[in-house]
Design a protein around this ligand. Structure first.
Ligand code: NAP
Length: 247
C-alpha cells in the first residue's frame, strides 16, 4: 500500500478502530472520526505509538458542517483523503410499534444520511486524484432482518443501495465503492446488544458455522484488501464477513 490518506468514521471503537490500525500498519495515513473525540484521539495515539501516522477528530456524522471541517483538516494535516471507510453507526432497539418519529429520523440520520454526507464530502478529492476507494460498513441484518431494529435495517439497506449507485457513477474515475455487511463481530455494539438480553453470546457462537464470534480485525482485513490496488476490478459488491451465518 502506498502512502495514501484514509478517513475512517466510527474510528474510535470496534470495527472502525481495527480498520484504522490495519490501514496504518499497511502504510496509510489515517484520520479517525468519531462522536467520541477522546476515543478517536486515544486510538490515533495508539497507532502513532506503533509507528503509524494518525489523527483523531471529534465528529458527529449527522453534522455535515463538522464532516466538511474534518475533511479539510485531514487534507491539511495528512494530505488529500482518497480512501473512506464509513463505520460510524448506531443500532438502537425499538419494538416497531413504539418507534417515534424522532427515533426513526435519528437512526436514519446516523446510519444512512451520515454515510451519504461522508461520501459526498470526500468524493471530490478522489475525483481530483483520479483514484479512490470507499468501503461502506452496512450489516448482515440487511439480508436476515432483525426484530425491533426497523430503523437500523432500513438505513443499512439504504447504505447498500447508495454503495451500488456510487459504484456505477464513479467507476470511470478510478474509484471503487463496495460494502461490507458484518455479522456477529465482537465489539462494544455487540456487547451492548448482549447486555440488553437480545441474545446470548454462546448460543450465537453455536449457530455460527465457523464456530466463533468474529473479530473487528476480520472486517479490517477485508477492508484493507478492498482499498488496495489489487481490488481495482471489484466495485459495487457486497462482501459479507459473518462466519458463514449468511450465505
Ligand atoms: P461500535 O464499537 O459501537 O462502533 C461504532 C462507532 O460509531 C462508535 O465509536 C460510536 O461512537 C460511533 N458513532 C455512533 N454514532 C455516531 C455519530 N453520529 N457520529 C460519529 N460516530 C458515531 O460498534 P461496531 O460493531 O464497531 O460497529 C461499526 C459498524 O459496523 C457500525 O456501522 C455497525 O452498524 C456495523 N455492524 C456491526 C456489527 C457487529 O456485529 N458488531 C454487525 C453489523 C453491522 P459512540 O460509542 O460514542 O456512540
Amino acid at each position: 500500500m502506498s502512502e495514501r490518506t484514509a478517513i475512517v468514521t466510527g474510528g474510535g471503537s470496534g470495527i472502525g478502530a481495527a480498520v484504522g490500525r490495519r490501514l496504518a500498519a499497511d502504510g496509510t495515513r489515517v484520520a479517525l472520526l468519531d462522536l467520541d473525540g477522546e476515543a478517536a484521539e486515544t486510538a490515533a495515539a495508539e497507532i502513532e505509538k506503533e509507528g503509524g501516522t494518525a489523527i483523531g477528530l471529534a465528529v458527529d456524522v449527522t453534522d455535515r458542517a463538522a464532516i466538511d471541517a474534518a475533511v479539510a483538516d485531514t487534507r491539511t494535516r495528512l494530505g488529500r483523503p482518497v480512501i473512506l471507510v464509513t463505520s460510524a453507526g448506531a443500532a438502537p432497539i425499538h419494538p416497531f410499534l413504539t418507534i417515534t418519529a424522532e427515533d426513526w429520523q435519528r437512526t436514519l440520520a446516523v446510519n444512512l444520511t451520515g454515510t451519504f454526507d461522508c461520501c459526498q464530502a470526500v468524493l471530490p478529492d478522489m475525483v481530483e486524484e483520479g483514484w479512490g476507494r470507499i468501503v461502506t460498513i452496512s450489516s448482515s441484518s440487511v439480508h436476515s432482518g432483525a426484530p425491533a431494529m426497523a430503523g437500523y435495517v432500513s438505513a443499512k439497506s439504504g447504505v447498500v443501495g447508495l454503495t451500488k449507485v456510487l459504484a456505477r457513477e464513479f467507476a470511470g474515475k478510478g474509484i471503487t465503492v463496495n460494502t461490507v455487511p458484518p455479522g456477529f463481530i465482537d465489539s462494544p455494539m455487540l456487547r451492548a446488544t448482549v447486555a440488553q438480553g437480545l441474545f446470548a453470546l454462546e448460543d450465537e457462537i453455536a449457530e455460527t458455522p465457523v464456530g466463533r464470534v468474529g473479530r473487528p480485525e476480520d472486517v479490517a482485513a477485508t477492508c484493507a484488501f478492498l482499498v488496495s490496488e489489487d481490488a481495482s476490478y471489484i466495485t459495487g459488491q457486497i462482501i459479507g464477513v459473518n462466519g458463514g451465518r449468511n450465505i
